[in-house]
Design a binder for this molecule. Structure first.
Ligand code: BMP
Length: 213
């Protein structure tokens, strides 16, 4: 069965990050890295990690089309699987990323898992999702700790892949997120702060296999 866990390895030490990636790579769909990792380890950490696993660069890119294109050109040379972009800034910016992406997939943020997102971003989820479907991104971000919102988004996702953070440290459960429509669950601290990260992910994979049968 295809693995459903995306390990959000928000580590700032390159050796720790590479070691954990090597240990965990067969148990996960992808590794996600964010600004703390890229700012600490340098942009080439993307190509270093890509030797072992699919890499999702969570840069939440949110700029004008020309700047988005420049960012994508720098990232794509390092061979990641996907890049996460914000969507609220408009589809011209998303299209610029996609035009420059070559084989890199674009994942757009539809709604977020933090509490403050309920004020500005999350009420717009319908409009953002419809626009992202029109430009045919590969995937979207929707919260794995708000099952009602996740379910609403999932109903309308058509062919897009839903990646859901907010699992573990932020209260969501991997199984509940998948049952409510996530295609992949993004899990960070609960994995990399675990004393036995590989066993921890194996246990989650076993729980997921049970609901898939
Ligand atoms: P953790 O499982 O440790 O809470 O990490 C979640 C990861 O997903 C972090 O990298 C965070 O920046 C990211 N994320 C999130 O938590 N909520 C969102 O709505 C979108 C995210 O990208």
């Amino acid at each position: 069965m295809e693995k459903k866990v995306v390990a959000s390895l928000d580590l700032t030490d390159r050796e720790n990050l590479l070691n954990l990636t090597k240990k965990i790579k067969n148990e996960i769909f992808a590794v996600k890295i964010n600004w703390p990792t890229i700012l600490s380890c340098g942009v080439d950490v993307i190509s270093d990690l890509s030797q072992y696993a699919r890499v999702i660069c969570d840069l939440k890119i949110a700029d004008i089309p020309n700047t988005n294109r420049m960012i994508m050109e720098i990232i794509r040379e390092r061979g990641p699987f996907a890049v996460i972009a914000h969507s609220f800034q408009g589809m011209d910016s998303i299209k610029a990323l996609m035009d420059a992406s070559e084989s890199v997939k674009v994942i757009g943020v539809v709604s977020m898992s933090n509490q403050g997102a309920s004020r500005y971003l999350n009420p717009l989820h319908d409009r953002i999702l419809n626009d992202l479907k029109e430009v045919s991104v590969y995937g979207i971000i929707a919260p794995g700790n708000d099952y009602e919102l996740l379910g609403e988004i999932a109903k309308n996702k058509d062919g897009l892949k839903i990646f859901s953070p907010g699992i573990g440290a932020q209260g969501g459960s991997p199984v509940s997120a998948l049952v409510n429509g996530a295609d992949y669950v993004i899990i960070g601290r609960s994995i990399y702060n675990s004393t036995e990260p590989v066993n921890y992910v194996r246990t989650i994979n076993e729980e997921i296999e049970k609901i898939s049968n």
